[in-house]
Ligand binder design. Structure first.
Ligand SMILES: Nc1ncnc2c1ncn2[C@@H]1O[C@H](COP(=O)(O)OP(=O)(O)O)[C@@H](O)[C@H]1O
Ligand SMILES: [Mg+2]
Length: 317
């Protein structure tokens, strides 16, 4: 037996999931597998079907068809014991509660025999200063952190986070990321949806991009999109002042060629080699990248550093 291979156990298994609301096919044949102990991010534009999928996995929503297993059970028939192994942070939680932060965290902790210490959880989400504030008086970002506290206080094996950091300031986001990583260290499996590419890049072991209710790409953040999409873009300004952009797996060869044939002079004005970011690859995958150009040398008029037109020219080489 091969003992070098990492033994992985799937915690979530989804095959051919479908869900329709009226005439809207929200989830349209979605496949997904999440392994034990990983942080798995689901990326996709608004309306892609992320929340619907997550709610089906949580057992909050019925599906039309497809096979779904979460922690060994079909969520449609998951009982209390199964549910107590899940932590859930919904996309929207607007209930106006009169209880304070501490009261709420303690109250939720009471449901779970092997839960976390409520005081540790309050510290972990950075709500110590707000422990005596009523939930309905919290700011959006603080309320979100309370949601997370309630999601993790039961020490779940599997944690669902649907857009957890919407409304966070950069500092709160950074400390939330550290918290999520520490949960993974504790052995928690995490399924996260997010709009933030940097969040997925920082946190996720693997990323699925969902579009129109289907997974269109699934890989590690570094490899998403495949080698073609990851080719660097070389940009330069020619002797006549026009700017050029070209994709190539060998930027150093291209620069040498351009120099040899006089397309670049010694000063090499505007010469840059740019590696596509996760965001660039994502925008191509969901089809909102700037139009592609199919000449050998794409001429771009996009201003330097603008997101539009960045690394999006597709050039046949
Ligand atoms: N309860 C609902 N009733 C009718 N349509 C819905 C409902 N929930 C979501 N939808 C529609 O289903 C599609 C997918 O929505 P959703 O799962 O919320 O996507 P996401 O979370 O990726 O933004 C959208 O077109 C949305 O308008
Ligand atoms: Mg959503």
């Amino acid at each position: 037996m091969d003992t070098t291979r990492r033994e992985t156990r799937s915690v979530i298994d989804v095959r051919g999931l479908r869900k329709r609301y009226g005439t809207k096919q929200a989830v349209d044949g979605l496949d997904l597998r999440v392994d034990q102990g990983e942080i798995f991010a689901v990326l996709g534009p608004n309306g892609a079907g992320k929340t619907t999928t997550v709610e089906i996995l949580e057992g909050f929503r019925d599906r039309d068809s497809g096979e779904v297993t979460v922690l060994g059970q079909d969520p449609a028939s998951g009982g209390r014991a199964w549910r107590s192994r899940l932590g859930v942070v919904l996309q929207d939680s607007r209930d106006q509660v009169e209880l304070t932060v501490r009261e709420l965290v303690r109250h939720f902790a009471g449901f779970y025999p092997a839960g976390r210490d409520p005081e540790e959880v309050i510290d972990a989400v950075g709500l110590r200063e707000k422990e005596s504030t009523r939930a309905r008086h919290l700011s959006g970002g603080q309320r979100r952190r309370l949601d997370v506290a309630l999601g993790i206080v039961g020490r779940p094996e599997l944690l669902f986070l649907d857009e957890p950091t919407t409304g966070f300031d950069p500092q709160a986001r950074r400390s939330f990321w550290e918290l999520v990583r520490s949960l993974r260290e504790d052995g928690t499996t995490i399924l996260l949806t997010t709009h933030y590419l940097d969040e997925a890049a920082f946190l996720a072991d693997r990323v699925a991009v969902v579009r129109d209710g289907r997974v269109v790409a699934l890989d590690t953040p570094d490899a998403l999109g495949g080698p073609q999409a990851r080719r660097p873009v070389v940009r330069w300004t020619g002797p006549d002042g026009t700017t050029h952009a070209e994709r190539t797996t060998h930027p150093e060869r291209l620069v040498a060629e351009l120099t040899a044939n006089g397309a670049l002079d010694g000063e090499a004005p505007g010469l840059q080699v740019e590696h596509p970011s996760l965001e660039d690859v994502y925008l191509e995958l969901i089809g909102t990248a700037a139009p592609t150009t199919a000449s050998t040398t794409a001429t771009t008029t996009a201003p330097e550093g603008s997101t539009q037109g960045r690394s999006t020219e597709e050039v046949a080489r």
